[in-house]
Write a protein that binds this ligand. Structure first.
Ligand SMILES: O=C(O)[C@@H](CO)OP(=O)(O)O
Ligand SMILES: [Mg+2]
Length: 401
């Protein structure tokens, strides 16, 4: 075990060109770890608080760093994360900022791995991890809060569930992304890209279903293994209480209509995954949908659970879903993210480790997915800050990290 001897914080760019927090953690024996906080656009109401990076850095320097330097061992993740929580003193990291907290938490884990001479996934998950790999969910068409003048549904996600290896799965998602641009071209539809590199064409959700279905089938035929697709509806962003439901342009769907719509899409397109199909406060609606389609598809809570064990437990109690999205920056530390995965797994929920729409080159979530033996990882299909994680998964599988 080696003591943390220095924590350095700085502002760096994220993929949207916004500043974010990067942390370096150094140890007595020369260990080093570096990590950066991602940032959401369609953030959940109950997420831990992201402060403006300069404020988060100043607060962490004042409150957190003195509790870590010469006090805590880098390899003891619970102690690192406990010190961060104690330094903050709130439930939601509103003093220190979840962005500073998560950057330090992840950098300390990397320093701990460095000291051991082990890859991060092994330090976090143990000696027997590294055999199973998550299926990557690749965002190939999208809109919502991630792109203007595009689909109402935030993400259409390619899901190569039959891929024989993680590398083939990663290339399959890139091929679906590419095939979609050809199909759009054939239909004379111009398409910009959204924040995560997905195509953001000015088409209806109904047409997007058709296009993605065609692309997925074509690539499935080419590659010879099963590729399905799924959605992140990000329904909290569509929900408007004053309008009395979910706003899809000129049409407003009531909760019952929304449940029917999603259930119909699951049946029609054999969807393998549906994230945030209803508002983040609607446990009941989630439970009704899960009752209807939970044996056919994953119903995943992102804004609903915000990687928070209390919200997850509430969901488990009412049967709200069968899967949880895990985003370390939604809760602030790796220990909290692990606790959420463990509670999920104990209750037969699949964990899906996820990026944010604002990302950096940081690859921690690739290791987290392998360390937790997660069923899926959602980290885009193309674009540098997304491929950083996908390529790291390929390296982990190749024993080359
Ligand atoms: O809703 C989501 O799942 C994410 C990532 O795709 O988006 P954001 O980071 O904007 O919350
Ligand atoms: Mg989401």
């Amino acid at each position: 075990m080696t003591l943390i001897t220095d924590v350095r914080l700085r502002r760096v760019l994220d993929s949207r060109g916004n500043p974010t927090v990067e942390a370096d953690v150094l140890t007595e024996s020369g260990g080093f770890g570096r990590a950066a906080a991602p940032s959401g656009a369609s953030t959940g109401e109950y997420e831990a608080i992201e402060l403006p990076p300069s404020e988060a850095i100043a607060a962490a320097r004042r409150h957190a760093i003195p509790r870590l330097v010469d006090e805590v061992y880098a390899g003891n993740q619970r102690e690192v994360d406990g010190a961060l929580r104690a330094a903050d003193g709130t439930d939601n990291f509103s003093e220190v900022g979840a962005n500073s907290a998560v950057a330090i938490s992840m950098a300390a884990a990397k320093a701990g791995a460095d000291v051991l001479g082990a890859p991060l996934y092994q330090h976090l998950g143990g000696a027997f991890r590294g055999e199973n790999f998550p299926t990557p969910l690749g965002n190939v068409v999208g809109g919502g809060e991630h792109a203007k003048e595009a689909t109402h549904i935030q993400e259409f996600l390619s899901a190569p569930v039959g891929a024989p290896s993680v590398s083939e799965a990663v290339f399959a998602n890139a091929a679906v992304h590419d095939r979609i641009s050809e199909i759009l071209d054939d239909r004379d539809i111009p398409a910009a890209k959204g924040d995560e590199g997905a195509w953001a064409p000015p088409i209806s959700d109904a047409e997007a279903f058709e296009v993605v279905d065609e692309a997925v089938s074509d690539v499935e035929d080419d590659l010879g293994f099963e590729i399905g697709f799924g959605l992140d509806i990000a329904a909290a962003e569509l929900y408007d209480e004053d309008e009395g439901g979910y706003v899809f342009g000129d049409e407003v769907k009531s909760t019952d209509e929304m449940v029917d719509y999603v259930a119909e899409m699951v049946a029609e397109y054999d969807l393998v995954y549906v994230e945030d199909p209803l508002d983040e406060n609607d446990y009941e609606g989630f439970a009704e949908l899960t009752e209807r389609v939970g044996d056919q598809t994953l119903v995943c809570g992102d804004d609903l659970f915000v990687t928070n064990v209390e919200r997850l437990q509430d969901g488990i109690d009412v049967g709200a879903a069968n899967s949880i999205l895990i985003k370390p920056n939604q809760i602030g530390t790796l220990s909290d993210a692990f606790d959420a995965v463990e509670l999920a797994v104990r209750n037969n929920y699949d964990a899906v480790i996820s990026h944010r729409s604002g990302e950096t080159e940081d690859t921690t979530i690739a290791h987290l997915a392998v360390a937790t033996d997660a069923a899926f990882i959602k980290t885009g299909a193309v674009q540098g800050e997304r491929t950083a994680k996908l390529n790291e998964l390929i390296r982990i599988a190749d024993d080359a990290v």
